[in-house]
Design a protein around this ligand. Structure first.
Ligand SMILES: *Cc1c(COP(=O)(O)O)cnc(C)c1O
Length: 402
């Protein structure tokens, strides 16, 4: 059968019609344990996910639960992966993959700009466990090649990178990783599979904060890792079971409900973001706008190659960002002044360069200077929602001019 389209898969991939009731919407199955068959008793507890694979019966919800399974099948389909494993948060997905793949003596190469929680975890926790970490500017392929060591096991990148929307060439990273016997993981939270499918470009793993665009409504935390069937089976048996950060069935259901409209939402997010980005570019109080879809983005050509949808994330800069942030927090009427992203509601927050750098990135002077070429003193990170674009522009305008 011909591969179904993305909109169809966003709604139907992984769907299970309830045999007893015919219920068309997914069941939420909250059970933490499952009644075992005599056949399972015969096999014993040795019959784990690695030996039984997809034929593994449900045993205990930390190993897997039927509502999460439907979601995992759908996400794997959208990323064109063999399988997916869900977690309770995006952070748990990232740490679950890193702890599974890296052991004492291994070396990790990671983008020097990544989600702050991931940046803090790799800098503070991994070295304590004997893992060497080299943060590099992954938008400079040569710097990545120079950082590779014989014990480099994994390259971990995020594109577009939170918060400054710097891009990394996934195909280039995959080539570098594989030429040196390493693997590539890509946090594709900002892109979503509607923009970029990293596995098709050679990546070994995709990481998502489902909390963001997949859920899309700001009411559930979740995370996922996607890869080959064998890799994800091994990840489930290790991090899935032992990290214990399993996704709740209710959140799995909410996220599935969100994914139904992901393709349509991404079109609307992109359209609104173009309108707001162009409005801000012309605004007298705004000194810089960063949006991969604009010709002014320093990596616009890479965006055109790698992103079929420019997503709804943009940043802008003004003079005296701290004072402006206070005005936004006090006077915005449509936007919420809040962290997080990818929701139907528009969100905006100031991420001061020194604040972020001192707490998380700890960049050396040369890399901090490169960060400032994207971020200056700090960026207003904006997650453009699904409201009317004119209302979003007017809301920003009345505060910017106040
Ligand atoms: C939010 C985010 C995460 C972490 O996700 P949580 O669900 O908040 O734990 C990881 N990576 C990126 C790019 C994010 O934006």
């Amino acid at each position: 059968m011909k591969q179904l389209g993305m909109r169809t898969r966003a709604i139907h991939a992984g769907e299970v019609i309830d045999k007893d009731t015919g219920a068309a919407s997914p069941n939420i199955i909250p059970s933490s344990t499952f009644v075992l068959t005599p056949e399972y008793v015969e096999m014993g507890f040795e019959a784990d996910a690695e030996t039984l694979g997809a034929n593994m019966p449900y045993l205990y919800a930390r190993w897997g639960n039927p509502t999460a399974t439907q979601l995992e099948t759908r996400i794997a389909s959208l990323e064109n992966g063999g399988a997916a494993l869900t977690f309770s948060t995006g952070m748990a997905a990232a740490t679950g993959l890193l702890l599974h793949k890296l052991r004492a003596g291994d070396h990790l190469v990671i983008s020097d700009v990544s989600y702050v929680g991931v940046a803090e975890f790799v800098r503070n926790n991994l070295p304590r466990m004997g893992v060497q970490v080299t943060p590099v500017d992954t938008s400079h392929g040569d710097e990545v090649v120079a950082a590779i060591k014989p014990n480099t096991r994994l390259i971990y990148v995020e594109t577009p990178a939170n918060p400054i929307l710097k891009l990394t060439d996934i195909r280039r990273m995959a080539d570098i990783a594989h030429a040196h016997g390493a693997q590539l993981a890509v946090d594709s939270t900002f892109a979503t599979p509607m923009a970029t499918r990293p596995l098709e470009l050679g990546a070994d793993f995709v990481v998502h904060a489902l909390t963001k665009y997949f859920c899309g409504h700001g009411d559930a935390l979740g995370g996922a890792v996607i890869g080959t069937r064998d890799e994800i089976l091994a990840l489930r048996a290790d991090s899935g079971v032992h990290l214990g950060a399993s996704l709740s069935p209710f959140n799995a259901w909410l996220i599935m409900r969100g994914i139904d409209t992901l393709p349509l939402r991404m079109i609307a997010h992109e359209q609104n973001a173009f309108t707001v980005a162009r409005f801000l570019e012309r605004h007298p109080v705004v000194t810089r706008v960063m949006y991969p879809g604009l010709e002014s983005h320093p990596q616009h050509n890479l965006a055109l190659r790698q992103m079929a949808n420019m997503s709804g994330m943009l940043t802008f800069q003004t003079a005296n960002p701290k004072a402006m942030a206070r005005k936004f927090a006090a006077s915005l009427e449509v936007f919420h002044y809040a962290v997080s992203l990818g929701h139907q509601r528009s969100l905006l927050v100031l991420l001061g360069t020194d604040d972020v750098n001192n707490q998380s990135f700890k960049l050396d002077p040369e890399h901090l200077a490169r960060y400032r070429t994207f971020a200056g003193e700090g960026v207003f990170r904006v997650s453009i929602g699904l409201e009317d674009a004119e209302d979003l522009c007017a809301d920003l305008d009345h505060v910017l001019r106040s």
